[in-house]
Structure formats: C-alpha cells, structure tokens
Design a protein around this ligand. Structure first.
Ligand code: GLN
Length: 544
C-alpha cells in the first residue's frame, strides 16, 4: 500500500501582526473537515521560549494548555475550537525547541563529527518536526501557520524549511494573509502594502497560491485585480476577509468565495462535498450574530492592561467558552472586565456587582489583586449571584469559605502568604522541589487529569457522568489536612482525584449556582459543544 500523502497548507502573514491568521487557518481547516477530510494544524512561533508557559499573558496572550500537558500558543485554542479536534502539544513548534534539539544532538555526536550549521540543520529539524506531526495524526491536510510577519528576521528559517520541503516534492500550497488599510486621509482602500508583502515572500523563494485579504471592508474587484496582477496570484484566489461581527462567520465568508473548494483543487483533487455539520455551523454563526436574551457576565481578573490596551487575549478561551454556552442557550453574553484591584482600593464598589447575572474568577498567579477577588467571591456567595471559579478561582473560593464561613481567620494559600498559620491551600508535595530549584518551565501539574464526581451534586448533574477529564495547570491545591474542616456549612467537594486526595470540584448547597474547579474547563469548550460548567452558569444567569 502506498503511504498516505500529506497535503500541506502553509499560512503566512503580511504587513501587520494580529490579523487573525489563527482564525483564518482554523476556518480553512474547519471547512476541509466539514468536507470529510482529516485535518490538523501546527503553529510555529519564532521565539526562543521553549513554550508559552513562561510568558506573561499581557505579553503574548493566553497560555493554551493541551490535553497532553503542553503550554502552548493561544492559536492552538483557535484550532481546537474551529477544527473540533484535540491538538497535541508537539504541534506548537518554537525556535527554542528547534535549537535545543539541534544542540542536544550535536553534544551527543549525532551529527557524526560534521560542522553543525544554521543552514541546513535548523530547517532540517523543523522539517523533522512537521513530518512527525503529520505522520502521528495521519491527516489529509496539515495546516501550518508561521507566526510573525513576512519581513521579520525571526521566521526566515521556518520559511526556508517549508520552501525546501516543497522543492523536494511535498504537496504544498501557500496562503498569505495580508492587510489592506483604508487610511483616513485617503478614504480608500490601499493594496500597496499587501503587494509588498507578497514580494517579500517572493524574496524568500515562496510564491503565494492564495491571498486572504484582511481589511475593514470587503475587497472590491479593482483591488483584487491589482493584487492578482502584481502579486502573481489567480484572481479568484484572492479572497476577501473583511472584519466581521463574529469570528464564527469567517468560515462562511471564505466558503462563499469557494476557498475550500479551490484549495482542494489546487492539490489536483476533486473536492468532496460539504457535510451536514456545515448547516449546524451556519446555525451557530447566526446565533452568534443574533440577539438572544442578554446576560451580563463579569470576569474578575488582573491580566487586562497592556499600556492603553485591554488585552482580552489573556482570557480568550474563557470568553469563547462563555459565548459557546450562551449561543447554545439562545443568550447574548455581555462580558465585562472587572479589575480585582479596584475592589481592594474601594470596597464600596462591590455593590455594583449586584447588576451582574453571573461572575467568573478565572485562573491566575501570584498575590496581586487576590484580596479583591476574595471579596467579590464573598459578595457572590452572600448575594446569591451565580458564580464559577476556574483554578485559582476554586482556591480563592475555598479561602473565602474558610475565613468567612468557617471562621479560620488566617486562612490563606502559600502562594499568597507563606507564613500564614492556616495554609488551607498549599503547594502540591511534588511541586516543592520544583519551586526550590527554580524549575518553572513546563513543571506544573499540566494536562488532562481525571476526577470522580460525587453522586447527586450539581457538578455530577451537569456532566451527566461519574468520571470526567479536564485540563489542568496549577502548582497549589486544597490542603488535605483541612478537608474535614472545610467540607461543612454549605461547601461540598463535588469531585475529587481518583485516589481521593485532591479537590477537583467544589460547589455550595446553600446557593443557586456556586461552583468551582481546579481545572480549566474553558479549554475543552467547543462552538457546537459547550463545556457543561459554562452551560450550567449561563442557565443559572438566565434564571437570575
Ligand atoms: N496559581 C494557582 C496555582 O498555581 C492557580 C493556577 C491557575 O489558576 N491556573 O495553583
């Protein structure tokens, strides 16, 4: 039997960053998958960090954690949501990983005494990783998104890797996502920067097969013609991708212009027909535009500020999970960012929380803003506002309960105050060594872990099963020494790790909806399959 061939779709970006390349890559993938092909995606990040785990969320956006414990770029989350596929950690390649492996091999004499050089050894290692990703997933189409912008120094070696793969006969097409500005003074859309980015791509030996033109407005015929002629791309391969109200509309916009069909044809194949799932997606996209009943959801965090910008990217999976559950329940979520520090400076502000139909405390690290978060949890508990705590959110809810309900006044987490007398949240035993050795990279409790749910609890009802897998990323846990004291006066441990040692889920039996998890359920939410906890929260918000 001949080996299955991989068809490679390489996605590059031009002119500016933050064009939504990940959404475009995911959308192309979702359309191909809806035609019945097996699709996966790979993100290349041209930074020296081995993974995204050591980067501040305000610097680089959310750290998306994969089921197999990778701390990856937030685009992996985009792929999972658009493709409805679990993406393995190896599908996020960074410059750091590539160099680390080449240097490891060199030290182990694996290059047989040769002089090891940037060219060819770095691109060869990139190719090895790409081919491994393809063979492990046996996908018909592998979408590879090269991070950064064409013209950057950092991504040249990755371009070189894919260029030479194509030269060696790998079936491969290039889709260039670029930008057409509409300068206010000119009042018209300009295609010159896009033309230049296509030329810059040419200078790397790469000719784009498709151009995905991002702009505020649809690209008209005149600009399409220009890009086609000056960029050397067929005119019907110039695809308009203007700003839309909802990212879930992007696949539909691309499909209207037959991008998926044209891509399959570009590989010399006859496109398989679109399947039923496409109509489900259409319905979802319509819901994402439509106005169901409004629910106001407050997300209390601290990773919002980057200069003058509010970086919603820090919590992108949480936002998307709220949206999925809302669309599913015909609700329109109004998401508000609440800065926990403000409740510390001005406790009067807590009263404003009354307006919210639900509150979420997402994951977080360190002591900044923690007391503010704890006081919002107290407010939610006392005023019966639906509440969902994610990871740190669970730990802080336990501290709030210990202090204000049980009366353990000095209750704290060793992450916040090591010398507190009552560390109701403490570092996991196996994590102590990591912290002492300053071993911070990829060393948390990461990826999928199982929990066993207590029968008859809300958590159990929402999941509809006894055993659940959710993705984790933490170093601290509810201290087992306090389990007995804590599980009283309204607090229920609704899910524990299989051996019964770690608290995985909590809920209150004196509240309409108060639930928290040590895991990150936002990572498993999919547009057409909301995560049960978010579904529960939205239903409770609608009732409020
Ligand atoms: N900082 C906490 C811990 O490490 C929570 C982590 C998180 O919210 N992801 O356990």
């Amino acid at each position: 039997m001949p080996e299955k061939t991989t068809n490679w779709i390489i996605v590059t970006g031009g002119v500016i960053s933050t064009l939504g390349k990940g959404v475009v890559a995911g959308s192309i993938g979702s359309l191909l998958k809806m035609r019945g092909y097996k699709v996966t995606a790979v993100k290349i990040d041209p930074y020296i960090n081995i993974d995204a785990g050591t980067m501040r969320p305000t610097e680089h956006g959310e750290v998306f954690v994969t089921y197999d414990g990778g701390e990856t770029d937030q685009d992996i989350g985009n792929y999972e949501r658009f493709l409805d596929e679990n993406i393995p950690r190896e599908h996020n390649i960074t410059t750091g990983q590539v160099y680390q492996e080449v240097i490891r091999k060199e030290r182990n004499l694996e290059y047989d005494g040769k002089c090891v050089e940037v060219i060819p050894h770095i691109p060869l290692e990139v190719q090895r990783r790409l081919k491994k990703a393809a063979s492990n997933t046996k996908a018909d189409f592998v979408i590879v998104e090269i991070g950064g912008t064409i013209g950057d120094y950092q991504n040249v070696l990755f371009l070189e890797a894919v260029r030479t793969m194509r030269l060696e006969g790998e079936p491969m097409i290039f889709a260039h996502v670029t930008y057409l500005p509409i300068p206010r003074t000119a009042g018209e859309m300009k295609s010159k920067p896009a033309q230049h980015s296509l030329r810059a791509l040419n200078a790397n030996g790469i000719q784009a097969d498709f151009v995905i033109a991002r702009s505020d407005e649809p690209i008209d015929d005149v600009r399409k013609e220009k890009i086609s002629v000056f960029g050397n791309v067929k005119k019907d391969h110039v695809i308009s991708c203007q700003d839309l109200e909802s990212i879930y509309d992007v696949p539909l916009l691309l499909q209207e212009q037959r991008l998926d069909e044209l891509v399959v044809k570009a590989f010399g194949k006859k496109p398989a027909p679109l399947k039923e799932k496409f109509s489900a997606w259409k319905e979802l996209a319509a819901k994402s535009r439509n106005n169901g009943k409004e629910i106001k959801i407050g997300v209390i965090g601290k990773y919002f500020n980057s200069g003058d910008f509010t970086l919603e990217d820090s919590y992108i999976s949480v936002i998307e999970a709220i949206k999925h559950a809302s669309y599913y329940n015909d609700a329109k979520p109004i998401i508000q960012w609440l800065n926990s520090l403000e409740y510390e400076e001005n406790p009067e502000k807590l009263k404003e929380l009354k307006e919210y139909d639900a509150l979420i405390i997402p994951g977080g690290f360190g002591k900044t803003g923690v007391e503010g978060k704890i006081s919002t949890i107290k407010y939610a508990r006392e005023n019966k506002i639906p509440f969902l705590g994610l990871c740190y959110g669970l730990q802080l809810a336990v501290i709030e309960h210990a202090r204000n309900v049980i009366g353990i006044k000095s209750a704290n987490s060793s992450e916040i105050n090591k010398s507190s007398e009552d560390l109701v949240v403490d570092v996991l035993p196996e994590q102590k060594k990591n912290l002492e050795a300053k071993n911070y990279g990829a060393s948390m409790r990461l990826g999928n872990y199982e929990a066993v749910l207590k029968k008859g609890t809300k958590t159990n009802e929402l999941y509809g099963k006894k055993k659940v897998l959710e993705i984790h990323r933490h170093r601290y846990e509810v201290n087992p020494e306090y389990h007995g004291k804590l599980e009283s006066k309204g607090l229920v441990f609704s899910g524990l790790s299989p051996e019964g040692k770690l608290v995985e889920f909590i809920e209150r039996d004196d509240h309409p909806f108060f639930l928290a998890t040590q895991a990150h359920p936002e990572f498993t939410s999919r547009p057409l399959k909301p995560n049960p906890l978010f579904d529960g929260l939205v239903k409770a918000a609608l009732k409020k």
